[in-house]
Design a binder for this molecule. Structure first.
Ligand code: SF4
Length: 383
């Protein structure tokens, strides 16, 4: 089986108020040593290499800040190190960082998919969220990407940004449909202590406009409305947060939801070989220092035990609209978890009778009209 490769680039120009990722604003002088460290980590990983790599995803952070030559060097290192038959090579990009020169260089080095962090087409929402771009930048970025040849563009929106209203949300979705990207991701705003906005929302205050976050019900309504409009426009809803035109589902991200192997390189990158999971150190300066002196950047290595693997089959697999093959899972885990499987069968029956889950052929899935409460369904299912 071919594996996916994820490259983490943890640099941003500024910190968005809602962001809870391990990313930072650092001097541009750090970019080159970081890219060199990623190349070295790839080269030295070959002893644990899977036979071939078919998808690459360069995410962040804002990888489009790197010099295109550094990104090309990373891809070349992967080609030299692994048996690479790349079918999908994605670069995450922020709209304001895109220039014709960069886009042309990305395309010629092999990137064939761009994931554009649009988030909203309303300038007031973008500004309050601390984003650097405005709606004109999104249109300009898409025009540039199309002009140099990109035919697979993904656009993200966030439901629940401060100041978002029903009207402004519908306007953003309309603008997105006007752009008509091949792929769309819609995320619900996450409220937790990992972001300035999340903390303010939990503790009170208005500096980051936490007092202007739409209610949970409004967010769910935004999601449902966008889902219906995307379906009408010809997009297939294939994962809770993701829609694609025919054949445009993200091949790389499908590997995560299907528990297929992937290798991660860079600070904080995670890997899974089918049995073990591991993660690199988060702090980028420490990551570079470790790699430069020939040490491993890995930490948190763990063997995935049957109970955890069983839970992952549901937590990850049920994110897909096509669901999971429950009988296959029951067979695979029967030797270790026979009692738990019996319990889960009973819970599935109950969740089906109350309309939260469905079985179609061999596939068990969360009912499409209950996706906004998928976390609650999973808690009821797995306890
Ligand atoms: S949301 Fe994206 S662009 Fe904004 S700080 Fe986080 S990683 Fe960077």
């Amino acid at each position: 089986m071919s594996v996916g490769v994820y490259i983490q680039v943890p640099f941003c120009q500024t910190k968005c108020t809602y962001c809870n990722f391990h990313t930072g604003v650092v001097s541009r002088d750090r970019y080159e040593p970081y890219a060199d460290a990623v190349c070295r980590e790839i080269t030295e990983s070959v002893s644990v290499a899977a036979p071939s790599v078919d998808t690459v995803y360069v995410g962040g952070g804002t990888p489009s800040l790197l010099d295109p030559a550094a990104l090309a060097r990373i891809l070349d290192t992967l080609r030299r190190t692994y048996s690479a038959e790349f079918s999908e090579i994605t670069l995450e990009a922020d709209p304001e960082t895109i220039t014709p020169h960069k886009a042309a260089a990305w395309f010629s080095s092999g990137f064939n998919r761009i994931s554009l962090g649009a988030q909203s087409f309303e300038d007031r929402e973008l500004q309050a969220a601390g984003r650097m771009h405005r709606r004109e930048d999104i249109w300009r970025a898409v025009d540039i990407l199309r002009a140099v040849g990109f035919r697979n563009i993904s656009l993200d929106l966030i439901a629940g940004l401060p100041h978002q209203t029903r009207d402004s949300w519908e306007a953003s979705v309309s603008q997105l449909l006007r752009v008509f990207p091949e792929h769309v991701s819609i995320y619900m705003l996450e409220i937790d202590e990992g972001s300035r906005l999340g903390r303010e929302s939990l503790e009170g205050g208005s500096r980051y406009s936490a007092d202007a976050i739409p209610s949970d019900d409004a967010m769910a309504e935004f999601y449902e409305s966008a889902s219906a409009r995307l379906a009408d426009a010809g997009y297939e809803h294939y994962e809770i947060s993701n829609w694609g035109l025919s054949g445009r589902a993200s091949q790389h991200n499908l590997k995560y939801w299907r528990r297929e192997p992937y290798l991660g390189f860079g600070a904080g990158a995670h890997s899974f070989d089918g049995v073990m999971r591991w993660a690199n150190v988060h702090e980028q300066a420490r990551y570079v220092a470790l790699i430069e002196r020939g040490a491993s950047a890995r930490e948190q290595m763990e063997t995935v035990l049957p109970l955890q693997a069983f839970h992952e089959e549901f937590f990850l697999g049920l994110r897909q609209l096509e669901g999971i093959d429950f009988e296959r899972i029951a067979r695979d885990y029967e030797p270790h978890l026979s009692n738990l499987i019996l319990t889960v069968r009973e819970r599935i029956a109950s969740l089906r009778s109350s309309g939260f889950m469905q079985i179609e052929g061999e596939r068990l899935r969360i009912a499409p009209d209950r996706l906004t409460v998928s976390n609650e369904v999973l808690v009821q299912l797995l306890g």
